[in-house]
Design a protein around this ligand. Structure first.
Ligand code: SAM
Length: 300
């Protein structure tokens, strides 16, 4: 049963990190005229209304992208491409999800494949893409389908240049295993694809999360020892900020807030680690709670 709704979280610190990296990768693919293919396995509904009660209830966009944009003059140039794109939507009280960002950046000679499994989110996604100005005259396929299964079925793609964003909701512990399985088996047949994996940083799942990351890296390195992998983490709080939560009694309705999140990038584009360090340091300074923001960029 899928119950996660991204509308509660759109525009939060995790989206800022994820969508900054996404924009960077799309810009780097766009530097050449050659076509590429982009897969988004867990698309969500594509565009979010910042006046929706769910988003107002958590206040996550207010303490995320909206707070960041209030300080636009202080932000480094590295954030420009992402911020210029989202600002147009924020002026209309909207926030673009990953599919809308991908539609904006997609070149007419390239292809975007989107997948969403929640029936309502899928309907919204289809409508949003259908209405989107940025999707006009572009090759976009929207699937009502399990994203892991879609990725496995459509790879290796005929066009070898391309990337995939894997952004599950991690509602079930099995998502961590599914991610590991999907990335390693798809990488084996598409070694030059760029893989972007978003994952949460949650104190009570620390072991599972670190195991997933380490297993992926060691399996990929076994296939291609010289592959370039980086891991970018943005924290807006400290890990022990969850200590007061009784982990035995976590209820589905009251999940702990993320203290941060990470992007693992396989075959990362030129200068992504350096640009992320500069961009996310300032983001951590602004979005970190009581000065506790931090950034870690690892080359693996
Ligand atoms: N990528 C989106 C963005 O950045 O705007 C947010 C995606 S949200 C974190 C995760 C989405 O995955 C949810 O809409 C959920 O319904 C969907 N989902 C969960 N399991 C799925 C699966 N196996 N295949 C495809 N979609 C799935």
């Amino acid at each position: 049963m899928l119950s996660y709704q991204h509308a509660f979280h759109a525009g939060n610190h995790a989206d800022v990190l994820k969508h900054f990296v996404l924009t960077y990768v799309l810009d780097s693919l766009n530097k050449k005229d050659k076509p590429y293919i982009f897969f988004d396995t867990h698309s969500g509904s594509g565009i979010y209304d910042l006046l929706d009660n769910r988003i107002l209830k958590t206040g996550e966009a207010q303490s995320g992208i909206q707070l960041l944009l209030q300080k636009k003059d202080e932000l480094p140039l590295e954030l420009n491409s992402y911020l210029d794109l989202v600002q147009k939507y924020l002026e209309k009280s909207l926030y673009p999800g990953s599919p809308e960002i991908e539609c904006n950046k997609l070149k007419e000679n390239s292809t975007l494949v989107l997948s969403e499994l929640h029936p309502t989110e899928y309907e919204f996604l289809k409508q949003n893409i259908y209405k989107s100005e940025s999707a006009k005259n572009k090759n976009i396929n929207v699937h009502y389908r399990n994203g892991f299964e879609m990725l496995n079925a459509l790879t290796p793609p005929q066009i070898k240049r391309g990337a995939v964003l894997i952004d599950p909701s991690y509602e079930e512990l099995s998502d961590y295993q599914n991610v590991e399985k999907a990335i390693t088996s798809v990488y084996k047949k598409w070694t030059n694809g760029i893989f972007l994996l978003w994952y949460p940083l949650l104190a009570h799942r620390d072991n599972v999360i670190q195991n997933m990351k380490n297993n992926i890296v060691s399996k990929i390195k076994k296939i291609s020892p010289n592959v370039e992998i980086c891991n970018i983490s943005l924290c807006v709080n400290t890990k022990d900020s969850h200590q007061e939560v009784d982990l035995q009694n976590l209820s589905k309705n009251n999940p702990p807030r993320l203290y941060g999140s990470s992007m693992l990038v396989i075959n990362y584009p030129w200068k992504l680690p350096e640009s992320s360090q500069i961009a996310m340091e300032k983001v951590a300074e602004i979005l970190g709670q009581n000065g506790s923001g931090s950034v870690e960029v690892e080359i693996m």
